[in-house]
Write a protein that binds this ligand. Structure first.
Ligand code: ADP
Length: 601
């Protein structure tokens, strides 16, 4: 008999019995713990095995977080399956998030319900946990999902994030971002209230971890989106931190500055940028914390100069202190060249207007001085009047050209007044007018084949031929032969105005049809012009559905070749009618062979 001091025998007996009971319970608990540990080990093995067979796609930050969480929750709650369902605000669905525990990715993908549906929806809306004792027969469950995911029982709690007052710890704002499910309690048990308390506590923690991972992902996505926008913008962009390291330099900036190395981030800007003016702008901005706006010119190639408007701005931190500089490069080469061309144009147009006006004024004054009309004889007066008439024509042509340019600029197509045109007659007319302006040139008409009657705007075709012939004469100051040829070319008529004049330098050939473009050299400067003639000619040809091009060699001469269709495409429907009318009225002689020949000066 055990005797303990101060205790009666009876009390000793009861104590001994109690100790024996506790020892027995402890033994049972140890067995249960060992069983649990075994189960955990099996689960871990299972996870490792499943991981080994899974495609080794790298997990995102959020997926890593979820993987850790579902494993831990399933272990603690002794559940066979555990999955988070997150609310997708775009679709209004609760969507199972990958990876889940005890569910294959395929099953996770199919697990998606409306936020108004099933137990998940109820928990999400009501922000209250739900225990499922018998999932299949519970009226709240979506049976299809229960069957598909092999769910017997479960527990679902809301994922709530709370914003609390720092001093009072009072909840200021709460938001449900989804629900957390555990399914199938191990060893045939069901989830009980204690599990609810435990999972609710775990879910709070998990919700805030998931919310920050989601926020991190959103920020990362926004950053990537921003970077790709910056990379693809047309303007060049360079970002430099306070210590002069490049933080960002987009593709446009690299190409503008002739940098081939795409890995420029982290390098000192002085090691990358080669252009003094750009270095100066960046240095001034960084050193003096000022914003600079300047135009810089950069020539990456000998024959190409680019002009950029560079604008630097300070980047400030939260405390408003400068933390770096951003510089934006805009290509203004075209704008500057148009500016230059416009200035040159205004001065040449003024000159072109003044020259005939001076001449007109001079001859009229001369005639007026002869008060009784006897000083100049009839022939002399006639010559004066002819010059005045010619100069007036020149002014009219110039003004009409200017009006046409502004019409094209305003986006208004040149209106055509189509009718049947006998090209031979028209060519002869143009040549005879141009002949009167020169006695140095030999003007030759060369019509190789029988020309078809074409439907065109006669005045405009006249303008095309006049302009080209006039240029041919103007740009062969030493004289020579100017040939106007025409030939049938399939369904089209091809015409060519060639000369033996100064020719056009190769680099100007692609630009001669541009507005205001003039070849500027010693030879051309002696010849007047505005640089709008060929621009108009091209538009007139194209308005007829035709095309024009040039072939030229310096010192040898130029050939301007253009083709017109038998009828501008927009008038094809009326073509027959027009040609018929032309035949009856006697204006047209379709298909008649024009006389071959030449008109000599
Ligand atoms: P412009 O009024 O200056 O003659 P155009 O538009 O008719 O304007 O011609 C543009 C430029 O093309 C001219 O300035 C001249 O340099 C060049 N050009 C045009 N025609 C000829 C030609 N037949 N021969 C040489 N150069 C020409």
């Amino acid at each position: 008999m055990n005797e303990v001091e101060g205790l009666s025998n009876q009390e000793c007996e009861r104590l001994k019995e109690r100790i024996e009971t506790l020892e027995k319970e402890l033994g049972q608990k140890n067995v249960a713990v060992a069983a649990l540990e075994r189960a955990n080990r099996q689960l871990e093995d299972k996870i490792r095995a499943s991981e080994a067979t899974e495609a080794p796609a790298p997990l995102t930050e959020l997926e890593e977080t979820l993987k850790r969480l579902v494993f831990r929750v399933a272990m603690i709650l002794q559940a066979e399956k555990c999955v988070f369902m997150l609310f997708d605000k775009d679709s209004g669905d609760l969507v199972a998030a990958k990876p889940a525990f005890g569910l294959a990715d395929e099953e996770v993908r199919s697990f998606r319900v409306r936020a108004t549906q099933g137990v998940s929806g109820e928990v999400f809306r009501e922000q209250k946990p739900v225990i499922l004792y018998d999932a299949m027969n519970d009226p709240r469950t979506v049976k299809e999902k229960v069957g598909l995911l092999n769910i017997m029982n479960g527990l679902c709690v809301p994922l709530v994030i709370e914003k609390r007052d720092e001093d009072t710890n009072r909840v200021l704002e709460s938001k449900t971002i989804g629900v957390l499910h555990v399914f199938n309690k191990r060893d045939g048990n069901v989830f009980i209230q204690e599990d609810v308390n435990l999972l609710t506590r775990l879910s709070k923690n998990a919700a805030s971890v998931i919310a920050s991972a989601q926020m991190y992902r959103e920020i990362l996505e926004e950053k990537e989106e921003l970077e790709s926008i910056i990379e693809s913008v047309y303007a060049g962009l360079v970002m430099i931190n306070k210590s002069g390291k490049v933080m960002q330099m987009n593709a446009s900036a690299r190409s503008m500055l002739g940098i081939n190395d795409p890995e420029v981030v982290g390098k000192a800007y002085q090691d990358i940028v080669n252009y003094e003016p750009v270095l100066d702008i960046l240095k001034t901005s960084l050193d003096e914390s000022t914003e600079v706006a300047e135009e810089v010119s950069i020539s990456l190639r000998e024959d190409e100069e680019k002009i950029y408007q560079v604008q630097s701005a300070l980047v400030r931190g939260d405390d408003q202190q400068p933390i770096g500089v951003v510089a934006i490069f805009n290509d203004i080469t075209e704008i500057r060249s148009i500016d230059r061309m416009k200035t040159a144009f205004v001065s040449t147009v003024s000159h072109e207007l003044r020259t005939p006006l001076t001449s007109i004024k001079g001859f009229i004054s001369t005639l007026l001085q002869d008060e009784d009309g006897t000083f100049y004889d009839f022939d002399m007066k006639r010559e004066f009047y002819t010059i005045i008439d010619t100069e007036c024509d020149r002014l009219t042509r110039l003004i009409s050209d200017l009006l046409n340019v502004s019409r094209i600029e305003a986006g208004r197509a040149l209106d055509l007044n189509p009718k049947p045109v006998t090209l031979t007659t028209l060519i002869e007319k143009v040549v005879s007018v141009q002949k009167s302006y020169t006695n140095k040139h030999e003007l030759v008409i060369d019509i190789q084949s029988e020309l078809p009657t074409i439907v065109a705007d006669e005045d405009k075709v006249d303008q095309i031929l006049t302009n080209l012939t006039n240029n041919a004469i103007k740009y062969s100051p030493e004289g020579g032969k100017v040939t106007i040829s025409a030939t049938r070319y399939g369904e089209r008529v091809r015409m060519c105005v060639s000369d033996q004049g100064m020719g056009i330098p190769k680099e100007h050939l692609p630009k001669v049809f541009d507005r205001f473009h003039r070849v500027d050299n010693r030879d051309t400067r002696r010849v007047g012009g505005t640089g709008i003639g060929l621009y108009l000619v091209k538009h007139l040809v194209e308005a007829h559905g035709g095309k024009i091009w040039v072939d030229s060699e310096v010192g040898k001469g130029s050939k301007f070749i253009f083709e017109l269709p038998k009828c501008p495409p927009q008038f094809e429907a009326e073509q027959e009618q027009m040609i018929g009318a032309g035949q009856h009225s006697g204006h047209m002689q379709p298909g008649m062979a024009p006389p071959m020949g030449s008109v000599n000066n």
